[in-house]
Write a protein that binds this ligand. Structure first.
Ligand code: HH2
Length: 258
């Protein structure tokens, strides 16, 4: 899953694809590099980010969505707002990526109406604005797993056809929490749904390597994602498609049958 941020303030690529032409060119490049899904985001969820109004999110999102749907690769929209999801699904988006884990029941209702799957991501609060203040867990792996299991069950009983579970690397979590979740990803995979991991260019990679510039964290991101795939992740959400594509081709040829 390739990240396409249409925001002025995303943590690693804010402002680069904020106009229609550069966003569409970036989408074409990501597809050329081997992306299977494009994930369009029009509100930054970096720690401390201010929420944006629905109208602004839609104004950033819809022109690009309409231009990239015809490119033929399934388009996901990174939003937690039911109204934004409805507008996106009615214009051809195939998947909604909800970083609040479908906490708003209206979101599940929209997904059920459009028979669209969702990514359910864990974060400890309903907003990225204050999530780092909530990085307290007794047992992070069990708490994240139980949250995802409960939200998956609720979504499926509300008529959402399929869910993809995501531990939410970096969302209200310390380095230790993020490492515990990656090392124990098998516990989330064991819930029986597809699992997505997004560690691309994140602070966790910076903390492990001392590399401050997010765009220079590509190789560390590839290592984290290959590890996640080896634990059973079905999707990885990345900024740098080509290096991941290459690593996955080699990993696939070398892995033993499990
Ligand atoms: N991470 C970010 C945004 N959305 N969605 C899922 N499912 N999983 C993630 O790990 C995830 C996500 C943050 O990364 P990015 O989109 O690069 O930055 P920003 O939120 O600043 O736009």
């Amino acid at each position: 899953m390739a990240i396409l941020n249409l925001t002025p303030d995303s943590f690693s690529d804010g402002g680069i694809y904020a106009d229609l032409d550069s966003a569409v060119a970036r989408a074409q490049a990501l597809i050329g590099e081997g992306a299977d899904i494009l994930d369009l985001g029009a509100e930054s969820t970096r720690p401390g980010a201010e929420p944006v109004a629905e109208e602004l999110e839609l104004a950033r999102l819809l022109p690009v969505l309409e231009a990239v749907v015809p490119l033929g690769v399934p388009v996901s929209v990174d939003t937690y707002k039911p109204k934004v999801a409805r507008e996106a699904l009615s214009r051809g988006a195939k998947l909604i990526n909800d970083v609040t884990g479908l906490r708003n029941p209206e979101m599940s209702a929209v997904l059920a109406e459009f028979n669209a799957p969702a990514v359910i991501m864990h974060m400890p609060t309903t907003s990225p604005k204050n999530m780092q203040f909530q990085a307290h867990y007794q047992n992070v792996v069990a708490e994240v797993r139980d949250f995802l299991a409960l939200q998956a069950e609720r979504a499926l009983s509300a008529g959402v056809p399929e869910v993809i579970l995501d531990p939410g690397i970096g969302f209200g979590k310390t380095l230790e929490h993020n490492l515990a979740l990656l090392k124990n990803l098998g516990q989330i995979v064991a819930l029986g749904h597809s699992v997505l991991v997004g560690a691309s260019r994140k602070k966790t990679i910076g903390e492990l390597t001392g590399i401050n510039e997010p765009a220079e964290r590509v190789m560390g991101s590839v290592a984290a994602h290959l590890f996640a795939v080896d634990q059973g992740a079905a999707l990885i959400r990345v900024h740098d498609v080509r290096p991941h594509w290459q690593a996955l081709r080699v990993w696939e040829a070398l892995r033993w049958e499990k």
